[in-house]
Design a protein around this ligand. Structure first.
Ligand code: COA
Length: 325
């Protein structure tokens, strides 16, 4: 038995923050944001909305489509860097709302690579028969951790959630290869230094907005391209496939220029590389499952298709997963 992705779902806030809206907040322009990132708008949670709400809605859609009972779910992994609260985990809060009381639930903090981290963790549990069904969610409300006075960071991020039910499938299908990696030496390329046990909620932390994301975008760009290209090639080499066999590449939606550079290194034509960054921006752990669900809903991916997913995020973390649907 292999572990396969048997259904997906996604959800995002109704609120939208356009490039024109950002022009009113910081010194920037639609032209700058579009040419440097490909982003035109991002969805933004209202003040009274929070991460688990979007996670629950995305998960419920995936559960309904999987045709399983809620008690069939034996583990819930919620990938998020923007939890509802420090304790309990957003996974547990989602479990409560879903009534998935036959499951273990937890969070994975691996920034934008979190969804592939979750997939990789549950894959071996399903393949070895330890569990049958898993719910993996990527959910973020990043806009509450963004410093809207920092123009080089605030233009990138948006909110949303995506979810997948994984379960046993035939051996020629499902997850054929998956790998996760990290390199903590690059910890300060994308980080929020305040608001934890090292630098608590002091007046200085709040004044410097150290609880918000700080990003060295330029440096991150190069490591992201290198890491995603390398792990993607490894996934193909390991399984003996080439890019010609792949129906769709779904990269983490970090920046259109990162996506284009990865596509060029992999020698994949533009039409085989999915992008929704113009509408969603960078939704971190939610970006791949949102993109995957959009592809499945629009039948850009159908049964039998080979799909290559690759992610990169703060930590730094990265990963690749090759799946036959
Ligand atoms: N509007 C206008 N000008 C801006 C700006 C904005 N929103 N943000 C930065 N600039 C300016 C800078 O101040 C700088 O000006 P200077 O030359 O006068 O100093 C200039 O634009 C170039 O800045 P730089 O940071 O080198 O731009 P860049 O081409 O690297 O683009 C990012 C910035 C953030 C768009 C880009 O680095 C990026 O997307 N990196 C990856 C980020 C990412 O994906 N993060 C998530 C990883 S999962």
């Amino acid at each position: 038995m292999n572990a396969g992705i048997i259904s997906t779902g996604h959800d995002y806030p109704d609120g939208v923050l356009t490039n024109a809206d950002l022009e009113k907040l910081v010194e920037t322009s639609d032209e700058w944001i579009t040419t440097r990132t490909g982003i035109k708008q991002r969805h933004k949670a209202a003040d009274d909305e929070y991460t688990s709400q979007f996670g629950v809605r995305a998960a419920q859609k995936a559960i309904d489509r999987a045709n399983i009972s809620i008690d069939d779910i034996e583990i819930i992994v919620c990938a998020t860097t923007t939890p509802d609260q420090i304790l309990p985990s957003t996974g547990c809060l989602i479990q409560k709302e879903l009534g998935a009381n036959n499951a273990a639930a937890m969070d994975v903090v691996a920034a934008c690579s979190g969804f592939l981290y979750g997939i990789t963790m549950v894959e071996s549990m399903i393949r070895t028969g330890q569990i049958k069904h898993a719910l993996v969610i990527g959910a973020e409300v990043l806009t509450k951790y963004v410093d809207y006075s920092d123009r080089s960071t605030c233009v990138i991020f948006g909110d949303g959630a995506g979810a997948a039910i994984l379960g046993p499938v035939a051996e020629d299908k499902g997850i054929l290869a998956t790998k996760i990696m990290s390199d903590g030496r690059y910890d300060e390329q994308l980080f929020a230094p305040g608001g934890g046990s090292r630098n608590g909620w002091t007046p200085e932390v709040l004044e410097n907005r150290d609880n918000c994301f700080k990003m060295r975008g330029n440096e991150l760009f190069k490591v992201a391209v290198r890491s995603m290209s390398k792990v993607s090639k490894e996934m193909l080499e390991k399984t003996g496939y080439t890019v010609d066999d792949v129906k769709m590449v779904i990269p983490h939606q970090a920046n259109q220029r990162i996506t284009d550079a990865v596509a060029s290194r992999l020698k994949v034509p533009e039409e085989k590389v999915y992008s929704n960054i113009a509408e969603h921006g960078n939704t971190s752990a939610a970006s791949i499952p949102i993109a995957l669900d959009e592809c499945l809903r629009d039948e850009k991916i159908v049964e039998g298709d080979l799909v290559l997913m690759t992610a990169f995020g703060g930590g730094v973390t990265w990963g690749g997963t090759l799946v036959r649907f």
